[in-house]
Design a protein around this ligand. Structure first.
Ligand code: AMP
Ligand code: MG
Length: 324
């Protein structure tokens, strides 16, 4: 079983132990502000291969490479002025930028899936400190079995992957709770590749520019954005107005739903209607609903603005038809 180290109790030894394990080419689950990451040395092909094996990813997708700061990021990727501005505005934080990979970067092609671009993020807090101490970028997808619900606590990671990895760093519950927003600047325009922890509206406000949403819905712009993802074992129904007996019910904003007294379990993502609180609770509540043994999880509508865009994106993937 994985060793667990709490950053509250032993921050320095967490950094030292994690650096040592990463230096040996092994994996460490680490807390970030979005979700827990399954981290590997992004320059080490054996280590990156372990990510795919451990997650059971069906094929090689590009992984987000996490950097300590802008300076480290600039050693690996070329920044156009607008990408640079986005980095200045939102790093450290839940923003990933897709940028041209520099020829001198030693990030391994397995981490970029052989693309000439790289997805880069500078996380807040412990993850950033660890990368600074380790001195190299970390490739880190979410610390969960491929296709399953992302982990937002060390206990979730332990249940899912504890038997497969040597070390889990426990940093408590993730503050944001959904993955990073992925942007790509093209011809001076900002393209949203994946909604996430920074609402598109916040990016528009900060830059004064429009954020382009995918023109054709369903076209997968960022490789690896599989339709079915975040799938609990139970089936998922969205935007329900009635509840079936025995269903697990997940509400938003304190609404009342017909038949809710017959639900097997009822949770509210945010009784006060706060989308930030709802994002933080989303994956944990999905796991709790799944663990209740209900055959189906019903969600009441969640508004589409702000973080609601990322929440609805994850919900539609959780509800998508599954191919396995
Ligand atoms: P995650 O699973 O949260 O680690 O996010 C990884 C996702 O980031 C991938 O599945 C892609 O959708 C996206 N991504 C990473 N690198 C690139 C890249 N170079 N070009 C386009 N999308 C990328
Ligand atoms: Mg994931």
């Amino acid at each position: 079983m994985a060793q667990l180290i709490s950053i509250d109790r032993a921050r320095q030894s967490a950094i030292a132990e994690a650096s040592a394990v990463l230096g040996d080419g092994m994996l460490v689950a680490i807390p970030t502000e979005t979700v827990y990451g399954l981290a590997a040395d992004a320059t080490n092909p054996q280590a990156i291969t372990r990510i795919y094996e451990t997650k059971g990813r069906p094929r090689f997708n590009p992984l987000i490479c996490h950097m300590a700061d802008l300076e480290m990021a600039e050693r690996h990727a070329a920044f156009d002025p607008l990408s640079r501005k986005l980095a200045d505005l939102f790093w450290p934080g839940p923003l990933t930028l897709i940028l041209p990979l520099k020829a001198e970067s030693d990030i391994h092609a397995l981490a970029t899936a052989g693309l000439d671009t790289v997805g880069i993020r500078v996380p807040r807090g412990f993850a950033g400190e660890l990368i600074r101490a380790f001195g190299k970028p970390l490739a880190a997808p979410s610390a969960n079995t491929s296709g399953r619900i992302s982990a937002t606590s060390a206990a979730h990671v332990e249940t899912d992957l504890g038997g497969l990895i040597p070390l889990i760093i426990d940093g408590g519950a993730c503050a944001v709770g959904v993955e990073s927003t992925i942007l790509k600047v093209e011809d001076g325009r900002i393209k949203l590749l994946r909604p996430g922890g920074i609402p598109a509206e916040a990016i528009e406000r900060a830059t004064g520019l429009t954020v382009d949403r995918p023109t054709e819905p369903g076209v997968i712009e960022a490789p690896g954005m599989l339709a079915s993802h975040y799938a609990p074992s139970a089936s998922v129904r969205l935007n329900v107005s009635t509840v079936r007996p025995g269903e697990a019910l997940i509400l938003f904003g304190g609404v009342r739903i017909a038949g809710m007294e017959t639900a097997g379990l009822t949770l509210d993502l945010s009784p006060a209607g706060d989308l930030g609180e709802a994002a933080t609770n989303l994956f944990g509540f999905m796991k709790q609903a799944d663990a209740s043994g209900a055959e189906s999880i019903a969600f009441s509508p969640v508004p589409f603005h702000g973080l609601g865009e990322a929440i609805n994106d994850r919900l539609s993937r959780a509800a998508a038809p599954r191919d396995r």
